[in-house]
Design a binder for this molecule. Structure first.
Ligand code: AMP
Length: 422
């Protein structure tokens, strides 16, 4: 039987690769401009990191982790998200002492055992920014601005930013109490999943998409966290809102936004796109001032953001943009001697930063011309017996059909001219 890629994973090739590279380039460049430095953590970690750092009662830990024992009997998990590993690395390498305020970013694959559908994969990719050691609301604003800048630069349209605060250990429990009290009275109006969530982690109820539950959330009497925030959380939120407005980014306050991970405090936010259907979130994040302590470290404030790259690439594909860059010359040898000449020409072209594609002599000219056309390469360099005799190259323009004999200097000069004409 033919072996296929595992369900929920995919191969990325052809035109799509250029979209990924464009996105990755935008992430690295913007991170550099904003002074964020890359951190690369392992693809797998001890399971306990996520059990503690993401939260025992979350869907991720309960249902979605790829967990296995290695030959030494240790329980390991393919990382389902990037924040807990980044904070683990910060603590492990003593940053708290030597450089408590760091701005970092990451980019790479994540793994969650979810039901695959468009924009929801089991292996997917995220880039994320994490600022550790900063308690200022202005840092929340910077993280949001950074995400927004990248989306905008990529030309994504119809973005919406939703903001909320989920309070801190001082005020969050009061809200959870009120929420639980309300939902206990309305049990018959909730779906079965929410009845379970209500027992284990009532805040998760707000994540439910079932229409039945959504109706309950929309009631004017439904308790919202905004009415329970303490003075400190309210001030933090008000300053953040002012800063975001000042940056010219419009947002809506969504008092029901809690997001799926347990470690958030104060700010939570999500960026959505109208055109993506059910999987409309292209990124989200928030403040996680309690995470370091949950992982056994000192008190370290933190704020971060993670973006789903598959969904961004889907949007780029839908918009019809192309970042494809075909090689400039197609090198088509007619025989083995031609191969030798073109192999050595390829070294010279490389030295001059001229992109080329070299094929070999087992195929005839007709094949090469067709292939060049298919690869969208306009200029073909041919070497056969005739070219060898005249110590030159034939240069064929696929657009006009014209063919001329040129020297090496002629080829390079031609490339320079064409490149400046573009
Ligand atoms: P989260 O870590 O759950 O806050 O997710 C951050 C972003 O990652 C989401 O807004 C999505 O864009 C993306 N994402 C999360 N889970 C998946 C998945 N299974 N497949 C593709 N993208 C995902």
């Amino acid at each position: 039987m033919e072996i296929k890629a595992p369900r929920g994973t995919k191969d990325i090739f052809g035109e799509e690769v250029f979209l990924w590279q464009r996105l990755e380039e935008a992430v690295h460049r913007n991170a550099f401009l904003f002074g964020y430095r890359e951190v690369r953590t392992p693809i797998f970690e001890y399971t306990e990191l996520f059990a503690r750092g993401v939260g025992e009662e979350t869907d991720i830990v309960q249902k979605e982790m790829y967990t296995f024992s290695d030959k030494g009997g240790r329980s390991l998990t393919l990382r389902p998200e990037g924040t807990a590993p980044v904070v683990r690395a910060y603590l492990e390498h003593g940053f708290f002492v030597r450089e408590p305020r760091v701005k970092w970013y990451y980019i790479g694959p994540m793994f969650r055992y979810e039901r695959p559908q468009a924009g929801r994969m089991r292996q997917f990719h995220q880039f994320g920014f994490e600022a550790l050691g900063f308690q200022e609301p202005a840092c929340d604003a910077e993280i949001i601005a950074l995400a927004w800048t990248i989306y905008k630069e990529l030309g994504l349209l119809d973005l919406s930013l939703e903001l909320n605060s989920i309070g801190c250990p001082k005020c969050k429990p009061r809200y959870i109490g009120a929420l639980t009290g309300y939902l206990e009275e309305e049990k018959e109006a909730l779906c079965e999943n929410c009845l379970l969530r209500l027992e284990k982690n009532p805040l998760r109820v707000l994540d439910c998409k079932a229409e039945k539950c959504q109706e309950v959330f929309r009631r004017p009497s439904f308790p919202v966290i905004q009415d329970f925030l303490c003075e400190e959380c309210r001030e933090h939120e008000e300053r953040l809102f002012r800063l975001i407005e000042g940056l010219g980014i419009s947002f809506v306050l969504n008092p029901r936004l809690v997001r799926g991970l347990d470690y958030y405090t104060k700010t939570v936010f999500e960026i959505k796109v109208k055109t993506l259907g059910a999987q409309d979130a292209i990124g989200g994040g928030g403040r996680y001032d309690g995470l370091s302590q949950v992982l056994g470290g000192p008190e370290v404030p933190g704020v971060g953001f993670a973006a789903g790259m598959e969904r961004i690439v889907l949007l780029l594909e839908k918009s019809g943009v192309s970042f494809a860059q075909p090689p400039f010359f197609y090198l088509a040898p007619q025989d083995e001697k031609g191969e030798e000449i073109l192999l050595s020409l390829s070294q010279q072209l490389k030295g001059l930063n001229i992109p080329f594609y070299l094929d070999f002599a087992a195929k005839g000219l007709r094949y090469h011309l067709k292939r060049a056309q298919k690869m969208d390469i306009r200029f073909v360099v041919i070497v056969g017996e005739e070219e060898r005799k005249s110590k030159a190259f034939s240069l064929k323009d696929m657009a006009s059909g014209e063919q001329t004999l040129v020297s090496l200097e002629g080829l390079v000069e031609f490339w320079r001219r064409e490149r400046t004409a573009c």
